[in-house]
Design a binder for this molecule. Sequence first.
Ligand SMILES: Cc1cc2nc3c(=O)[nH]c(=O)nc-3n(C[C@H](O)[C@H](O)[C@H](O)COP(=O)(O)OP(=O)(O)OC[C@H]3O[C@@H](n4cnc5c(N)ncnc54)[C@H](O)[C@@H]3O)c2cc1C
Length: 376
Amino acid sequence: MQHLDWPFFDDRHRELAASLDAWCADHLRVAHAADVDTQCRALVAQLGAAGWLHHAVAGEGEAIDTRAICLIRETLARHDGLADFAFAMQGLGSGAISLQGTPEQRARYLPRVARGEALAAFALSEPEAGSDVAAMQCRAVAEGDDYVLDGEKTWISNGGIADFYVLFARTGEAPGARGISAFIVDAGLPGFEIAERIDVIAPHPLARLRFTGCRVPRRQMLGTPGEGFKVAMRTLDVFRTSVAAAALGFARRALQEGLAQAKARPMFGARLADLPLTQAKLADMACTVDSSALLVYRAAWLRDQGRTVTKEAAMAKLMATEGAQRVIDAAVQLFGGRGVRRGEVVESLYREIRALRIYEGASEVQQLIIGRELMR
Ligand SMILES: Cc1cc2nc3c(=O)[nH]c(=O)nc-3n(C[C@H](O)[C@H](O)[C@H](O)COP(=O)(O)OP(=O)(O)OC[C@H]3O[C@@H](n4cnc5c(N)ncnc54)[C@H](O)[C@@H]3O)c2cc1C
């Protein structure tokens, strides 16, 4: 954890990372039982009871501490991908309420999220609108004191187990991105069903949601009508950097595992670690890990200074997720046959990392964002 000496951090960040690392070593186990929903609920309760989830939300009058969120995600990901997921979804799912909620909305949802008593989700993507978010079709029509929701959302993390969803729907104030609004939708409302549970290579709770004439009270709107796209992008500006931090945690664990294996494995009368090609591989892995860390904590620090980090967050996400994929692949290679055996740490990292290059903006979307920002 030498990077904690970097000037990006305050002492409270250094203490936070060190105490979470110790807590993880005592409380988290990498092997999980088959039922991922139960595991996730238990992890959220455990993280809430220990006080870690307070960092995922901003209390009254507080700003989101991006560096704290990134250090927590990096540390949790290094220990256990599902624990990182549980923390991340409490933050992403409630982020728009922290950033944009009224005092009533904040009081109703954020304390329960922070205590681990309510599970949060973020429902933006649709079957025909993933990278092209502004193509969304799910609509919300004003009727009396309610908005009536019709349409589908898919790939929704915590879908099926969340207590509420921050959902984005077309309200039609203007075409495209300017005609979308954000709502807090409680699970279990009439007309809201889980259409499908989705199984992915690194098991997480995931679902497709369907809304049919589902009435959501007007007071559940976040921000003003037509402001939803901005709310989504502001939330992603925080959590995109934290996806990069999680990728960094996975990459650090892969480097640690690869190095230990290279030192332990006898080969050609020496150790795998003594071979020059192995040292070159380890050097590449270490350079990638450190350059990702610099990009992640630059973006987090800048955001905590109140700066706009659209370009820096995109750079961090692009480089850290793509880099982690290469580092983890190299670690699998160092393990030989054991690297692809189910249950090995590097095998599970290999499955964990893949989706991070796709969600919260695929790598190509990050490249477009960086290119557009450079042209300004
Ligand atoms: C495990 C997982 C969890 C998720 N959790 C959530 C969640 O909680 N909430 C939520 O709202 N969504 C979630 N998503 C959805 C995720 O954000 C989308 O999958 C993502 O935005 C890509 O959309 P898509 O799958 O429709 O792919 P598409 O939009 O069809 O994109 C396919 C591919 O096209 C390429 N591409 C995209 N844009 C360009 C371009 N401009 N030029 C060239 N190529 C391009 C990329 O390689 C991309 O992977 C999750 C997805 C996964 C896999």
